[in-house]
Every structure is written in C-alpha cells, then in structure tokens.
Design a protein around this ligand. Structure first.
Ligand code: PGA
Length: 252
C-alpha cells in the first residue's frame, strides 16, 4: 500500500488561535494515523507555524514560502535558517499564487529549492498550466519547462525526496477540478520527465500530489490513481469537518 499525503494549504487564512482550534477539532481523527499510512501536513501562516509545530506531532508543518538568501536586507521575507530554528522541514515552492502575484519564476524557484537543499529541507514544488496553456494543448510543455528550470543543478538525493504538486492554475479555488485521468497522465509524465532529465535511477520516494479544488467528494478519484500520491488542498482544508472527511476517505 502506498503512503498517501494530504497537505492543507491555508494561504492567508487562520490566526494562531484559529490554528489551535483547528488542531483540537481534528485531533481525535488523526491520533491513530501512522505516517506510513497517511502523512498529514498543513501550511499555515508563518506566525502560526511554530505553534502548529509544537502542539501536534501528527501533522507536519509546511512553510508556504521561503527566501533564497541566507539573510540580509529583504524586508518582509523569511529565511531557511529561521524555519530550521523552529524545526520546519518542509516548504511550498512556486505555488501559482506566488508565481502570479509575487512574480516568482522558474529561476527564482530554483534558487529557493537550492536554499532548501543546502539545509536538508524537503520541497513541495508546485507546477501547473494556466487556462490558456491548457486550451492551447501546452500543458506538458509548460510542466516540462517548470521542472527542468526549477530543478536545475539540484542533487539527485534532493530530487529523489522532493514532492511535486501538480496544480492546474485554472482549477485552484475555482471549484473546477481537473479530470482524474488527465491528472494521472500528467503525474506519470512528471515522474517520467524527472527520471529522464535528471538521470534518476532511484526515485521511489519522489511523490506527486494533485491540487486544484480537491474536496472529500473527489479526493479518492485522484489519490487512487497509480502515480498520484496525495493531494494539496486549499479551500477544503480550512474546515475541520471537510479536513477530517478527506482523511476518512484516504483511510478507505
Ligand atoms: P484549492 O487550492 O483546493 O482551494 O483549489 C489548492 C491550492 O492552492 O493549493
């Protein structure tokens, strides 16, 4: 049985108190779940990260972003060292909202991934096409470029343990999710590109998630597919009820 992964991306939602309330609400459901069965992660606000990390060992904490420089005059940014100090091991890189609103490019993602690599952190690297690219039949070409440029010059060991989140931009927060067969096809393509481009021999640890309007009703349509190891969930991860319902589905 494959280990399934569920990561809630809370974006700019939930205060520290709300984070604590959420964990209390889901703790009964998650108390007996082993990480070999389902790995449960949440990417809360930076302020709530150390709190989340402290109050439960059943949920791994994920940073939503990181700066690629070690330190310096970058007002408003967070460094890898700051994350390591509070024992954060995972970070989302290149979420489409970061690409769209904060001008992140494959090149800047690559620098961030290198910063994570240097500090033995695990990346959840987000890739996905826009609606125009999808309509023009460019999905695979776009994803290949995001992978090749984003993962450039990273070690095999780092890439072996990376988590790639395939999130079609047009499916994020829209209620319109990708067809599960298409998502499976892209997930298998992602594994194939990484294997070939980076001459990977061992890549059993490499995980691919699907993200984009995932909810309890459709999570298993994706996660039951051969090459999809889990889901990155925004909206439906905010309510304890739907978060718990997704975990229950993954347990089936
Ligand atoms: P959504 O967001 O589940 O609300 O579509 C997914 C994401 O942004 O990771």
């Amino acid at each position: 049985m494959k280990t399934k992964i569920l990561i809630g991306n809370w974006k700019m939602n939930k205060t520290i108190q709300e984070t604590i309330g959420f964990v209390c609400a889901v703790k009964e459901t998650i108390k007996d779940i082993e990480p070999e069965q389902i790995m449960i992660g949440i990417a809360p606000s930076f302020l709530a990260l150390p709190v989340l990390e402290k109050i439960t060992d059943k949920i791994f904490s994920v940073a939503q972003n990181v700066h690629y420089e070690e330190k310096g005059a970058y007002t408003g940014e967070i460094s890898v060292e700051m994350l390591k100090e509070i024992e954060i091991d995972y970070a989302l890189i290149g979420h489409s909202e970061r690409r769209k609103y904060f001008n992140e490019s494959n090149e800047s993602c690559n620098l961030k991934l290198k910063a994570l690599e240097k500090n033995q952190m695990i990346a959840v690297y987000c890739v996905g096409e826009t609606i125009e690219e999808y309509r023009d039949g460019k999905t695979k070409a776009v994803i290949k470029t995001q992978l090749i440029e984003g993962l450039k010059d990273l070690s095999k060991e780092f890439i072996e343990n990376i988590i790639i989140a395939y999130e079609p931009v047009w499916a994020i927060g829209t209620g319109e999710s990708a067809n599960e067969d298409i998502a499976q096809d892209i997930a298998s393509y992602i594994k194939e590109v990484i294997k070939e481009e980076f001459k990977m021999k061992y890549f059993d640890n490499l995980k691919v998630l699907y993200g984009g309007s995932v909810k309890p009703e459709n999570i298993n349509d994706y996660v039951n597919k051969d090459d999809i190891d889990g889901a990155l969930v925004g909206g439906a991860s905010l309510s304890p009820d739907s978060f718990v319902a997704m975990i229950e589905k993954l347990k089936e």
